[in-house]
Design a protein around this ligand. Structure first.
Ligand SMILES: [Zn+2]
Length: 101
């Protein structure tokens, strides 16, 4: 019986060691490929009760850009590239110049 306990303890120790090694490697990898500070946008301070998942979702929402649909061709494009004509949004100057169907 004591042999089984010994082997179980050994297996758990090995699993724990491997997991901590993997975590350390992931941390190193993240630090290595982190964007330079000037490329990062200012981020809101994390709330004390906020979980990691909620923070990641807030970050993704922060980075996402609003998409608009072209009134001529119907394609979706970033709002920063919009061309407005006659109170409608277009994907390009060419589509804004075309008569709307
Ligand atoms: Zn278009």
């Amino acid at each position: 019986m004591s042999r089984i306990i010994f082997w179980l303890a050994l297996v758990f120790l090995v699993i724990f060691a491997v997991r901590s090694k993997i975590r350390a490697a992931q941390k190193r990898h993240q630090q290595q490929f982190r964007q330079p500070p000037q490329a990062q946008q200012p981020q809101p301070a994390p709330q004390p009760g906020q979980t990691y998942k909620a923070r990641a979702a807030a970050q993704a929402a922060n980075d996402a850009e609003v998409m608009l649909q072209c009134a001529h061709c119907g394609v979706f494009y970033p709002a920063s590239e919009t061309v407005q004509a006659n109170g409608r949004d277009y994907c390009s100057a060419a589509h804004a110049a075309l008569p709307s169907a």
